[in-house]
Ligand binder design. Structure first.
Ligand code: CA
Length: 441
């Protein structure tokens, strides 16, 4: 016999064990590696984003699968190297173009979670195709607020600006809406409303900020927080990040208020390295930035928290990649991916919980421009072909990629080259070209 209290206790345990966790992926756009306080920034404070890193796991070798916007998002949404299905370039903003976008045969994270009963919401930037066939509501999201292109003005939109990606109307579920104030504030409100609306469901929120991508624009409220930054672009950029940080703070407070903290797995990351010189970002101590396969293009601020489930205050030094988010989210939700789905990402939970002490990825690969540039990471070594010849670095001791070991350790160089060629043979050519110069993002 068990008494009433024990019965209720075990019933509650069962219920909480059955509660499938909410999944939140917070993605920033063109944020510099050095530009959050948990990443060591001295001039930009991000106390709320820091709470995700400090309350969970910070990935010190957190990587994305591409050094620019759209292919990085294609990898994130599918858990697969996007070059396997030709998504190697940014799609042109053209609603009539039914090729330039995430191929329709690819399964997405919101499709997989949605078919298991999750409410699935996109708030922010899409950039995975502008045709109606590629619309987020056709690609797994049950709700959407934001914009379809690769960037957006933070204050204005124009319903007549059909060809101007920067000014196309914001939309809610396919219907145009008027802008109401600073765009990041609006996205913050929409994200909070989504969480409150779905407090009783398991939900997936993909909060894809366009900040701090160009145009570099912030409202006075945020500019006023950085009187000590003299450079106007850097100050505005800092304000853009501070607005994101406010939104993350609101989201965390709402999860606490709704008692959902322990039922929510949150990822925070950026989509590619900062475009130094363009938006005011800094990638110190990394080499180069956006568009490059040097560390500055692909190593990003990256953290995950799940209070009560993942350890808090842990750093995880082994390489992980944005492709891991999909299988990790599915595992957290207790969803088996279809057996025919060839995923490149892995479920990180056993590694983060200390149940598996091996490395999640013996090797990771990158390719841009159909093979113009490529890279391989194997343990401490990284091969990168960014210029004429492949270079080799020990990125554990030389994160800034300053000492080329190609002639010192030719056997390592050749081993990594061979593994790249094997992976490369599994890929297809780019399905669509980069947009013309002047329309690239
Ligand atoms: Ca980007």
């Amino acid at each position: 016999m068990i008494n009433r209290r024990e019965f209720l206790g075990s019933a509650m345990a069962l219920l909480s064990a059955r509660r499938r966790p909410n999944i939140i992926v917070i993605l920033t756009d063109d944020l510099g590696y050095a530009d959050l306080s948990f990443q060591g920034s001295k001039d930009i404070r991000s106390p709320n984003i820091d709470r995700i890193a400090h309350g969970g796991v910070r990935f010190t070798s957190g990587l994305v699968s591409h050094p620019f916007c759209s292919p990085s998002r294609a990898g994130l949404m599918t858990g697969r190297y996007q070059q396997r299905f030709g998504h190697e370039n940014n799609p042109i903003y053209d609603p009539a173009n039914e090729t330039a976008g995430l191929p329709l045969k690819e399964l997405t994270l919101p499709q997989l979670l949605g078919s298991a009963g999750y409410a699935t919401g996109l708030v922010g930037k899409w950039h995975l195709g502008a045709s109606p066939r590629h619309h987020p509501l056709k690609r797994g999201f049950s709700e959407m607020f934001g914009f379809i292109g690769g960037l957006h003005d933070y204050f204005n939109a124009d319903k007549n600006a059909t060809g101007n990606e920067r000014l196309i109307p914001l939309e809610r579920n396919g219907q145009p809406v008027e802008p109401t104030g600073y765009l990041t504030d609006t996205l913050n409100r929409e994200a909070d409303a989504f969480v409150r609306q779905h407090r009783s469901d398991p939900f997936f929120l993909y909060l894809a900020y366009n900040a701090p991508h160009t145009p570099v624009q912030a409202s006075e409220k945020y500019l006023d927080r950085f009187p000590n930054i003299e450079d106007k672009k850097r100050r505005t950029y800092a304000g853009m990040i501070s607005a994101v940080d406010d939104g993350v703070g609101t989201l965390l407070a709402t999860l606490k208020e709704l008692k959902l903290e322990q039922d929510t797995l949150i990822f925070f990351l950026n989509d590619n390295g900062g475009p130094v010189g363009v938006n005011g970002s800094r990638n110190d101590p990394l080499r180069a930035g956006k568009l490059s396969l040097c560390e500055g293009g692909i190593r990003v601020p990256f953290a995950a928290c799940w209070p009560g489930r993942l350890p808090a205050g842990k750093t995880f030094p082994q390489p992980v990649i944005s492709l891991d988010i999909l299988p990790t989210a599915l595992a957290a939700a207790g969803i088996q991916p279809p057996p025919t789905l060839k995923l490149d990402g892995v479920n990180l939970l056993p590694y983060l919980m200390g149940q598996d002490r091996t490395t999640p990825h013996p090797r990771l690969f990158w390719r841009t421009g159909g093979g113009v540039s490529y890279a391989v990471r194997e343990g401490r070594y990284k091969l990168v072909k960014a210029g004429d010849a492949p270079e080799l670095y020990d990125v554990e001791t030389d994160v800034s990629e300053t000492r080329n070991l190609a002639t010192v350790q030719p056997e390592v160089l050749n081993r990594l080259l061979t593994s790249f060629q094997q992976w490369n043979s599994e890929l297809v050519p780019p399905l669509f070209p980069m947009p013309p110069v002047g329309r690239q993002r």
